[in-house]
Ligand binder design. Structure first.
Ligand code: 2BA
Length: 123
């Protein structure tokens, strides 16, 4: 495979940094889909502030022309789920996240931030 096929970011082009937070269960499928479509990605273990559970954050640099394709891959592999969250004690947790009854929250799908990259260099 040529260098041109494997690299989705090239110097001199408008580069976007996509930060995608996904459910841990979707992380492996997403990484497989990204690499098979030749996107380069960095995967990081992260923790959601609300559920205090592990999730996975991907950093994916791409040329603007491949952004739509990338978003489609993320959307296809990130499934939405409902989760019942047990009540939390205000002692164990901060007062802002206190709730006294079980509640349904929607998790999954992907939370995506798209940033303009000022400069992309490899040293
Ligand atoms: P968590 O903070 O653990 O939130 C998990 C899910 O809980 C959220 O899913 C949302 O459906 C629900 N949730 C969050 N805060 C809530 C609240 N105050 N009341 C009721 N329900 C609430 P998503 O919105 O899909 O977010 C998934 C994960 O993405 C979050 O995990 C967090 O790690 C990250 N995230 C979401 N928005 C963010 C933001 N603005 N900045 C940074 N990270 C964000």
């Amino acid at each position: 495979m040529s260098e041109k096929e494997t690299r989705r970011v090239s110097e001199g082009k408008q580069v976007k940094m996509v930060v995608a937070i996904v459910h841990d269960h979707d992380a492996s499928d997403l990484m497989d889909a990204l690499t098979s479509s030749n996107f380069q990605a960095t995967k990081m273990a992260s923790t959601g502030g609300f559920l205090r559970e592990g999730n996975t954050t991907f950093m994916i640099g791409t040329d603007e022309e491949h952004l739509e394709e990338l978003l489609e891959i993320i959307e296809k592999t990130s499934k939405c789920r409902e989760k019942t969250v047990a009540p939390m004690s205000p002692v164990a947790n901060s007062i802002e996240s206190y709730y006294s009854l079980p509640m349904e929250v929607q998790i999954g799908g992907a939370t995506v931030f798209i940033l303009d990259v000022e400069q992309f260099i490899k040293l």
